[in-house]
Design a binder for this molecule. Sequence first.
Ligand code: PA5
Length: 449
Amino acid sequence: MDSIQLNIKQVFGFLSDEVILNQAGHAAACNQALHDGSREGSDFLGWVNLPSSITEEDFREIEDAATVLRTRCDAVVVVGIGGSYLGARAVIDALSGSFDWLQDRDKRKNPVILYAGNNIGEDYLHELIDWLQDREFGIINISKSGTTTEPAIAFRLLKDQLENRVGKEEACQRIVAITDASKGALRSLATTEGYKTFVIPDNVGGRYSVLTPVGLLPIAVAGINIRKLVGGAVEIEKATVPSVSFDYNLPAIYAVIRNELYKQGKKIEILVNYHPKLHFLAEWWKQLYGESEGKDNLGIFPAAVDFTTDLHSMGQWIQEGERTIFETVISVKEPDRKVQIPHDERDLDGLNFLKGRRVDEVNKMAELGTRIAHVDGGVPNLQIELPELNEKYIGQLIYFFEKACGISGYLLGINPFNQPGVEAYKKNMFALLEKPGFEEATKAIKARL
Ligand code: PA5
């Protein structure tokens, strides 16, 4: 299959073949449990067969809604936090031109995609509202629970702004809500206002929802082919069904290796990229693994770096700091564009030895040199290679990481599909803000100040 590849050669100095193969049966059982729902979290396994169950009708409905927003808007604000925005942003950043959004409207093919509701920054919101002032914008408001504070605040502000600018009727055409089928404040609001809505299935958790309308609508609005993206995911879905043997099940191999490294004290996994467009893919991955595995006082800490940028900041620590880390490098074989290093008459920077060679060749040698240096420095290294950055391979990578995360969580012995820990800050915040219903908690927290 024309596919992403997993290269594990650089872990063999740290783990033997035997240690990995010993876990094959265990990993297969975990994969089976994802398919038959026989373990904890079985209510949240809707993502397992999701790619292949998306119908022509589903695609059409998303594409039609995207066309409405693309036709009416110069900018679309995706309002959401965590799993309700990271997947869309990961794919849109990976597959859009780095500077497209700076182009004038008449030269741009796609609306600018902006994000709100993923922080509570007052300056951020003010500056966003300022920027939108004279623009034709729309809103995709995403919240599975429909009650999350950050997006709710942002939406309240942006909805007001939009209605004041274009009137209630036109605003209604430019707002799409993606939420639970029946529950939550956003569902009630959407029903009352008459917004176009999409449903986030009950059995798909936020961080596994990128291939539902949560991710697919913003991605389609950005002009990216969602059919090819889902097509890539379907390929890995099919390549990882329980009947596929461990040796060919790449997510299972990745899950086993990271768990075996963890047992050896490698408590931190650093996801590395050499392609600036993949920064948010790593943010999405951090949420997927952090929220899935960090519980019961267990779990690898998922970190990420952008190389070569961060080689000039974090490189020292990775090379010689505490040896509790391993790296997973996302490598893109062939860039989209070609840039050759020019000849310079005076050669004051001494770079003429590179004349005529591609920038990507330098990047690739930095990547190879760094991998070897880090392995020499005691950092096990896995590599996931994408033949190129396109919809299909990003779709494959998404499902690869989702499947590996489910298997990995079960190998670790936790429920990878809940996130009880994220409630703690919310409870304190509401108590401090004196939200009705939190009176006792308010008294208790104020006594501690
Ligand atoms: O993965 C998750 O479940 C979370 O990160 C949620 O996506 C995030 O908290 C946003 O929740 P909601 O979509 O309910 O607003």
